[in-house]
Design a protein around this ligand. Structure first.
Ligand code: AMP
Length: 405
């Protein structure tokens, strides 16, 4: 692996102290939790949002409505925000470059630009010899054929841009099905990836300051359902060697990108104990939500600190923990509002987070539950039990029969 540190992705700047105004581009739950962390520290935190009443806009001190590639909107945003961060990777890189000439912007446009496109991301991993699954670019029918020959089957076709939570991905197990799968993805530029028979999926959230100092959270063990994160426990029971290797890979990835801010590295862990980088996210991640309660410094506070040029906080866990996501499906299973009271009453150690989204839809992330427990497996067991209680029917009490005492 290259040990050359890339130049920092952003220009150095003096620290920004509260009550400076911080702005986040994107207004989902990650923006909401960034704003809440910034406000707790005394900053005036706002959002560039495409709509009103979004998870982030609901809690923000100020909101600029509009799109990130609209210059007048960017100008107004830059007038409000002294420093800018992002809550997702699909932000216009030219907009970030424009903003960076006027304001502190972290992560920088290069980190975002690499991680918003799988072709660029895989090429970056290859250039820096960071281990990842075998892959091939697919931009033409001929490239699709040669990808099948090179990778074998099964493989997975993923659109290069705009994919998340399994969207824009098709599993291909027969050569005859490949052309149809690519047509289904609109014949857009894709990566074809060899299918990995992984034993587990793990991730690491790393924060990196402008001085190059970096801090990793413990390894998270993640379980997905329908390609969407379902649960996380931390620390992952993967032993000291895998833990060390995952940390080293996460740190060198952040260094190679020159990232200033928070970067999440997702891995496949094979049965033979090999770590392969699956995806990079230049921001806090769903698998780090449990750091709000479980770590000395949450991943969102770390984002604030890195943005403002403050010293990074401790990433130590106060106690092991588990998180389960609450998807919109729960609302249909419950036939309306989930039974919040049942879940909270059954286990007073359950922390409930809801993101303020009005319309529950299947697969939509509406909130999460976190449980702290000295035994992370037990934390997961308790979190899953609380989630089941949200949709289980109320225990019915039988009326007492006359003469039954
Ligand atoms: P991604 O959006 O690339 O993170 O993919 C979402 C999920 O799909 C991953 O977390 C895995 O569970 C699964 N997946 C993606 N790529 C592969 C692969 N090459 N082999 C096996 N499973 C995969």
């Amino acid at each position: 692996m290259s040990s050359d540190a890339s130049p920092p992705d952003v220009a150095a700047s003096d620290p920004l102290f509260p009550p400076a105004a911080l702005g986040v581009i994107g207004s989902g739950q990650l923006g909401r939790m960034f704003i809440q962390a910034a406000q707790r520290m005394g900053y005036r935190a706002g959002v560039l949002s495409e709509a009103e009443d979004t998870p982030a806009a609901q809690v923000a001190h100020w909101t600029i409505l509009g799109y990130d590639d609209h210059l007048p909107t960017l100008r107004t945003f830059a007038e409000q925000a002294e420093a800018v961060t992002v809550e997702f990777e699909n932000v216009s890189a030219p907009a970030l470059r424009w903003l960076a000439r006027r304001r502190v912007v972290r992560p920088g446009w290069r980190t975002v630009w690499v991680s918003q496109n799988r072709l660029r991301e895989k090429s970056f991993l290859g250039r820096h010899a960071i281990p990842h699954a075998p892959w091939r670019p697919v931009r033409t029918g001929a490239e699709l054929d040669s990808a099948i020959r090179a990778l074998g089957l099964p493989m997975i076709l993923k659109t290069a841009a705009s994919g998340y939570d399994g969207k824009g991905q098709i599993f291909v197990d027969r050569a005859e099905a490949a052309a149809g799968a690519w047509a289904h993805l609109g014949r857009r530029p894709c990566v074809a990836e060899a299918w990995v028979e992984f034993a587990a999926e793990v991730s690491i959230v790393v924060a990196r300051g402008q001085d190059g100092a970096a801090a990793c959270y413990p390894v998270a063990l993640n379980r997905h359902q329908r390609h969407i994160l379902d649960s996380t426990l931390m620390p992952a029971p993967v032993g000291p060697i895998i833990t060390q290797e995952a940390r080293a890979l996460a740190l060198s990835t952040a260094q190679a990108l020159g990232t200033v801010g928070v970067l999440t590295v997702e891995f496949f862990l094979t049965a033979a104990g090999q770590l392969l980088v699956n995806e990079l996210a230049p921001r806090p991640h769903n698998s780090g939500h449990l750091t709000i309660e479980a770590a000395v410094t949450s991943q969102f506070e770390q984002q604030v600190r890195a943005l403002c040029g403050l010293p990074l906080g401790s990433t130590e866990l106060v106690t092991p923990a588990a998180m389960v996501n609450l998807l919109g499906d729960l609302w249909s299973q419950a036939g309306g509002q989930p039974r919040w009271e049942a879940a909270l009453r059954a286990d007073p150690g359950v922390a409930l987070h809801l993101y303020g989204k009005r319309a529950p839809a299947p697969g939509r992330k509406m909130g999460h539950l976190t449980v702290l427990d000295p035994d992370p497996q037990n934390a997961l067991f308790r979190a899953l039990a609380a989630r089941r209680a949200l949709v289980s029917s109320p225990t019915c009490t039988l009326p007492s029969l006359p003469g039954s005492g």
